[in-house]
Write a protein that binds this ligand. Structure first.
Ligand code: B4P
Length: 192
């Protein structure tokens, strides 16, 4: 089974929701850069105060900071993982390639969740996190289209990219993700 997976998709595509299910079912580390950044904010550290302003504007946090967080977590971990929300742009994708080469942990799959824009906006506005007001959500979607979506090509070229329809119930999407992972690397384990 595939154990080293990057989960890609626009804000609100359900990356966090699906990674939590998959990590619990398959015993994988779920590394969400968004959750880790929000934990810094909640801890009210000096770093958290800088991060808070960035999140509230809907911008991306600096590449070096996010990479430091990911490097630290992955280097402590033995076993499979799901990266949720990272990489978010081309420099982060290049940094991740270098990091995984150093750690001798090659990526096995990049899963791309596809959801139409109006559904994304509706989901995020009903989630109601502090960075989920309409103006900020639209800005995050624009940043996604400009900076994040282009990294799909990198994974496509390497034959790692799998598209998954993210519309439907959480359980339906989870089942599609399972099928996609198992088609890439058949396994006797199931989560569906
Ligand atoms: P993230 O925490 O990554 O969050 P997200 O992209 O907004 O949401 P996600 O796709 O995980 O959707 P979710 O499951 O919650 O990023 C937040 C911010 O952190 C970024 O804007 C950025 O500032 C910063 N950041 C994070 N990583 C970074 C990086 N690498 N570099 C720089 N900055 C970074 O689902 C959304 C909602 O939809 C939920 O309410 C959920 O219940 C609902 N939902 C899920 N699946 C559904 C379904 N099938 N049907 C209906 N509703 C569904």
């Amino acid at each position: 089974m595939s154990k080293r997976v990057v989960v890609l998709g626009p804000p609100g595509a359900g990356k966090g929701t699906q990674c939590a299910l998959l990590a619990a079912a398959r015993g994988l580390l779920h590394l969400s850069t968004g959750d880790l950044l929000r934990a810094e904010v909640a801890a009210e550290s000096s770093l958290g105060q800088q991060v808070k302003a960035v999140l509230e504007r809907g911008d991306l946090v600096s590449d070096d900071l996010v990479l430091a967080i990911v490097r630290h977590r992955l280097s402590l971990h033995q076993g499979g993982w799901l990266l949720d929300g990272f990489p978010r742009n081309s420099p982060q994708a290049a940094m991740l390639d270098d990091l995984l080469a150093d750690l001798e942990q090659p990526l096995q799959i990049a899963l791309q969740l596809q959801v139409p824009e109006e559904e994304l906006v509706a989901r995020l506005l009903s989630r109601g996190r502090s960075d989920d007001n309409e103006a900020v959500v639209r800005k995050r979607l624009q940043i996604y289209a400009r900076q994040t979506e282009p990294i799909n090509a990198r994974y496509q070229e390497r034959g790692l990219l799998q598209w998954v329809d993210g519309l439907g119930s959480v359980e339906e999407v989870a089942a599609r993700i399972c099928n996609s992972l198992d088609e890439c690397a058949p396994s006797e384990e199931t989560i569906c």
